[in-house]
Write a new protein. Structure first.
Length: 321
């Protein structure tokens, strides 16, 4: 619904009801996997969500407008891997034949399986502020827009509440074009945002391997993995489900610059662009790394930031025909 309060002020309201059936094609964009081969027997239901949006837009001048929007989203019957049952957890733990000095490395807490159910739900809500300056004539030197969003996205499952993978409390975007001369212009894009959540390792535990001659899955079939010197080999311990997405990546800041040369009515455009002009080492994810620790029976665990874009200069030529 759109309601014009005045010629310059408009209210917009919208709501929607959405559904999504189970399917492997829906898992491609996610960071998890569930086994849908028995979905019919499990009687999985379609996921559902309800969205509501309310916005107020005001025209400040022929070239400048401002908008504020609030949104709310509710998700129900979401598909996720269920937790092990007590019987399943006991059977898995019984596979470990670890000596007492490393018995603490046996993961005794219930783990998430690939067997799906509809036990997950969640909600997301927030407010978006937007200010835009459009070109009103060919003489305008500065155009662009600014957007700031504050929001929360929380997931309920396994008896706990934790952030969605895309939960981002604050997000700021600034996009502008400054015409320096009739032929030269400078485009700038600035992004600053809170880091996404991630599951922070809680420490290390001894890795396991199948014992010689043992049958996979049988009681006592897993023994500590050792290196050629007979020393224990270690792996990352991410804790139980209560540790899901309890960590947070650092604040993300990126500035892109683009100088463009283009004569009026010309088919040719020459540009020089610098992505991540501040050369900031943004972390899109963390990769665990082991470092040798003299005098210790185990390595030190460090987290290496990955997934960030380096400073990347580009020279380009565009032709319209």
């Amino acid at each position: 619904m759109t309601w014009a309060l005045t010629p310059a002020t408009t209210i917009r309201l919208a709501t929607g009801r959405y559904t999504q059936s189970p399917g492997y094609e829906k898992l491609f964009q996610g960071d998890y996997f569930v086994d849908l081969s028995t979905a019919d027997n499990l009687r999985l239901l379609s996921e559902r969500s309800t969205h509501a949006i309310a916005g107020l837009e005001h025209t400040l001048s022929p070239a400048v407008s401002a908008r504020v929007e609030a949104y709310y989203k509710r998700f129900t019957r979401m598909i996720a891997g269920r937790l092990e049952t007590p019987v399943e957890a006991a059977a898995r733990v019984a596979q470990y034949a670890f000596p007492s000095d490393v018995a603490s490395s046996v993961p005794t807490e219930a783990t998430i399986t690939t067997i799906p159910d509809n036990s997950s739900s969640g909600r997301a809500y927030g407010v978006d502020f937007y200010l835009e300056k459009r070109p009103s004539s060919s003489l305008d030197r500065l155009t662009g827009w600014i957007s700031y969003t504050v929001g929360t996205a929380r997931l309920q499952n396994y008896g706990i509440t934790f952030p969605f993978d895309y939960d981002r409390r604050h997000s700021l975007s600034v996009v502008s074009t400054l015409r320096l001369t009739p032929s030269w212009s400078l485009g700038t894009t600035v992004r600053a945002a809170s880091g996404f959540p991630f599951t922070l390792p809680v420490g290390l535990r001894v890795a396991s391997t199948l014992a010689p001659g043992a049958v996979s899955g049988a009681p006592g079939s897993l023994v500590p993995r050792r290196d050629p010197n007979g020393l224990y080999m270690w792996t990352v311990d991410y804790g139980g489900v209560d540790n899901l997405n309890r960590g947070r990546l650092p604040t993300y800041v990126r500035v892109d610059l683009r100088f463009t040369y283009e004569r009026r009515a010309s088919r040719w455009q020459l540009y020089f662009e610098v992505l991540n002009a501040l050369n900031r080492d943004n972390a899109g994810s963390y990769t665990p790394r082991f470092e040798y620790a003299p005098g210790s029976d185990r390595p030190n665990l460090t987290l290496k930031p990955d997934g960030g874009l380096p400073l990347l200069p580009t020279l380009g030529l565009r032709v319209k025909f």
